[in-house]
Write a protein that binds this ligand. Structure first.
Ligand SMILES: Nc1ncnc2c1ncn2[C@@H]1O[C@H](COP(=O)(O)OP(=O)(O)OP(=O)(O)O)[C@@H](O)[C@H]1O
Ligand SMILES: [Mg+2]
Length: 257
């Protein structure tokens, strides 16, 4: 089926995959290529987003005096950022894991095509909440402790223990998704790239690295992006790198691309 023809028939096909009325969602699609195992069939990536959610974001932008021209989702922005910066070997699967405040986005990519995506509704906030609960302190103090600030009277060993246990809960959840992919006969993961503010939590990377059966490193969203070093301090860029993965991916989009 040609792309324009698919555009017309897709809403009807899509109905069975979307748990909402079609009037409530915006739909878009991309043809990924022919099916390897079925003749005359093709793989299509279908994306649906609830209009109510999109409108919320658009109105935030409007209130800030901005106009949205492109809307994308985290996992795809992550993928665009990766593609712009890295060239993985053919036939290897790379896992992108971005741990934010309340969501962790996962995208597994092989030969430039996304194979599996998942959003886990857990992130850095979970660690803060555990610190708050177990040390009986307020949220702001818990957040400050998580980010490495010192507060007098806090038992550092206990704090580290809470952070490690909360991090383990999150990494187990991530690992479950990676295991699902591996066991679904898609094969091994050759590299894991980590990003998101939550991944800056002390010891998180090490805990994750112990669990995951592949080399793990922080992604550099500015790896192939040149910038004026007289305007941006290299240390600052390094510091904001974990937060910037999805933002860089969004910024790479342009009208009509
Ligand atoms: N130095 C630090 N150590 C630990 N955690 C940190 C640090 N700096 C920021 N964070 C955490 O990073 C998280 C925010 O990261 P990020 O900006 O990637 O999230 P977000 O994209 O806004 O959230 P979400 O993806 O859930 O919508 C917060 O949970 C914050 O506490
Ligand atoms: Mg995020």
């Amino acid at each position: 089926m040609a792309e324009d023809e698919l555009g017309k028939t897709l809403p009807f096909e899509a109905e069975q995959y979307i748990p909402f009325s079609l009037d409530e969602v915006n739909l878009d699609f991309q043809i990924l290529g022919p099916c390897e195992d079925k003749e005359n069939k093709m793989n299509v990536m279908l994306v649906a987003a609830k209009k109510a959610m999109i409108n919320d974001y658009v109105s935030v932008l409007q209130n800030a005096g901005l106009k949205a021209v492109i809307i994308d989702i985290d996992v795809f922005a992550l993928e665009n950022m990766f593609t712009a910066n890295y060239s993985p070997e053919e036939n290897t699967t790379v896992a992108l894991v971005d741990m934010g405040a309340s969501v962790t986005n996962i995208n597994l990519i092989k030969n430039g095509v996304s194979q599996f995506t998942r959003d886990i509704f857990m992130g850095g906030n979970h660690i803060t909440e555990e610190i708050q609960k177990q040390l009986s302190i307020n949220y702001e103090d818990a957040e400050a402790l998580k980010c490495g600030e010192q507060i007098t009277g806090i038992n550092q060993d206990l704090l580290q223990d809470i952070i490690e246990r909360a991090s383990s809960t999150i990494t187990s959840e991530i690992q479950r998704s990676l295991d699902f992919y591996i066991s679904s006969a898609y094969g091994e993961i050759s590299q894991v790239y980590l990003s998101g503010g939550g991944s800056k939590t002390r010891g998180f990377k090490e805990i994750f690295a112990k669990r995951v059966n592949a080399p793990l490193e922080y992604i550099n969203p500015f790896h192939a992006i040149t910038y004026d070093e007289t305007m941006f301090d290299a240390e600052y860029i390094k510091d904001i790198s974990p937060f910037s993965a999805i933002g860089v991916g969004l910024a790479l989009r342009s009208m009509g691309d």
